[in-house]
Design a binder for this molecule. Structure first.
Ligand SMILES: Nc1ncnc2c1ncn2[C@@H]1O[C@H](COP(=O)(O)OP(=O)(O)O)[C@@H](O)[C@H]1O
Ligand SMILES: [Mg+2]
Length: 366
């Protein structure tokens, strides 16, 4: 098979791919150069998806809008100076980074906000689960794997990859004090991350090809539950005679007491605390969010000409159950599934038209 593709054809394919990549780069760079959404514009868009977390959304929208506006402006100048050479422009552009750390309980929208905002800006987004990382990369993954993921998310285009967002989930799990069996490995993982966060030039070795990737312009967002971090902050506040909401006073030093490397936490100048979701928030996620898990079920049933609808009380009942489960909005998905499973089996082919779910029905299924 391989032989039947002539050298000429291979050359044509390679040429075409190069052309495509160039166009992609140009479009991605163009998009960032033209980025003109204000922090409040961006927040307004994020609001359609993410419910609650008013302060957090404000801080994150501001950080992201500033990051891409700053990068766009610097790129524009560098491209003019370097005569359209994007490689050189990216290299010569230096943007002070404002990586973001989000602290908050599970399922409250830390990852979701980051992903939605990245999509709205139009940049690549990768989600890394830090619990799967280890120092040597022997049992788990290591920091260089993040670069590979970023490259894949960017469709193999290194320029696009270099302007993306990396979300480091469960960053608190690499703290050196939290779990004793991870004592050493946690430290090593944090050191590896430090290297990436510093934005040095990295090489992804693909065997036949070496790809140079700098993380200089990559925006890093880290999230974690950081259980009992509030106790640490409050203790320091009382020692220093400070009064107020601990969330407004979180500092790198507190995270160091928690077990995080001070240097690493220092690389996240923007720190924001997310609230646990209220029952009302959970209900609003179902009825108001453009990413509501209920919409997925409505759409799926619609494909069988079944019009699914929940009464207001039914939504409140689902929200209440999710609140009791204590997994944040994540509980909504599994509860909806439990409520609707039988009907999703039974109804298609036997019934069309409106299918109204009320609170009693929800209760009977849980
Ligand atoms: N504040 C929120 N508004 C809307 N949907 C949310 C919110 N928080 C969580 N969700 C939903 O729950 C899912 C899990 O939330 P996620 O952001 O991954 O939680 P975590 O805070 O643990 O990172 C999301 O994919 C989203 O569907
Ligand atoms: Mg998460």
């Amino acid at each position: 098979m391989y032989d039947s593709v002539s050298a000429k054809s291979r050359q044509r394919i390679a040429g075409k791919m190069e052309e495509m990549q160039e166009r992609q780069t140009r479009e991605a760079v163009q998009e960032i150069i033209e980025f003109n959404r204000t922090p409040s514009d961006l927040k307004g868009q994020v609001d359609q998806f993410v419910i609650g977390q008013e302060k957090g959304k404000k801080v994150i929208s501001t950080a992201i809008a500033f990051h891409y506006r700053r990068l766009g402006k610097a790129l524009k100048e560098a491209i003019v100076e370097s005569g359209d050479d994007i490689d050189a422009a990216l290299k010569n552009t230096s943007t002070p980074k404002a990586n973001i750390l989000i602290v908050g309980p599970t399922g409250c929208g830390k990852t979701y906000t980051s992903e939605v905002a990245s999509q709205l800006v139009g940049v690549s987004f990768v989600h890394e689960d830090m619990t799967r990382f280890s120092e040597v990369g022997y049992v788990g993954r290591n920091a260089t794997d993040i670069l590979v993921d970023l490259l894949v998310a960017a469709g193999g285009n290194p320029h696009v990859a270099q302007m993306g967002v990396v979300y480091l989930d469960e960053i608190d799990k690499v703290a050196s004090e939290v779990v004793s069996y991870k004592d050493v490995s946690g430290k090593g993982v944090q050191k590896g991350l430090l290297h990436l966060l510093d934005g040095v030039e990295n090489v992804v070795d693909l065997g036949r090809e070496k790809i140079f990737l700098s993380t200089k312009h990559v925006l890093f967002i880290a999230g974690g539950a950081f259980e009992n971090l509030d106790v640490i902050v409050k203790r320091r506040m009382s020692r220093q005679g400070i009064e107020g909401n601990w969330a407004d006073y979180l500092m790198t030093a507190d995270l160091a007491v928690f077990g995080m490397e001070r240097q690493l936490m220092g690389r996240f100048p923007v720190k924001v605390v997310y609230d646990g979701l209220t029952t009302q928030n959970l209900k609003d996620i179902l009825s108001k969010s453009a990413g509501s898990p209920l919409l997925a079920y409505t759409g799926d049933l619609k494909a069988w000409d079944i019009d699914l609808a929940f009464t207001d009380d039914a939504l409140a009942q689902v929200a209440l159950r999710a609140q009791e489960e204590g997994t944040g909005a994540r509980g909504l998905i599994s509860i909806l599934h439990r409520v609707l499973l039988d009907d999703m089996y039974r109804l298609p082919g036997n019934y069309t038209g409106e299918f109204m779910v009320d609170a009693d029905y929800v209760r009977s299924k849980l």
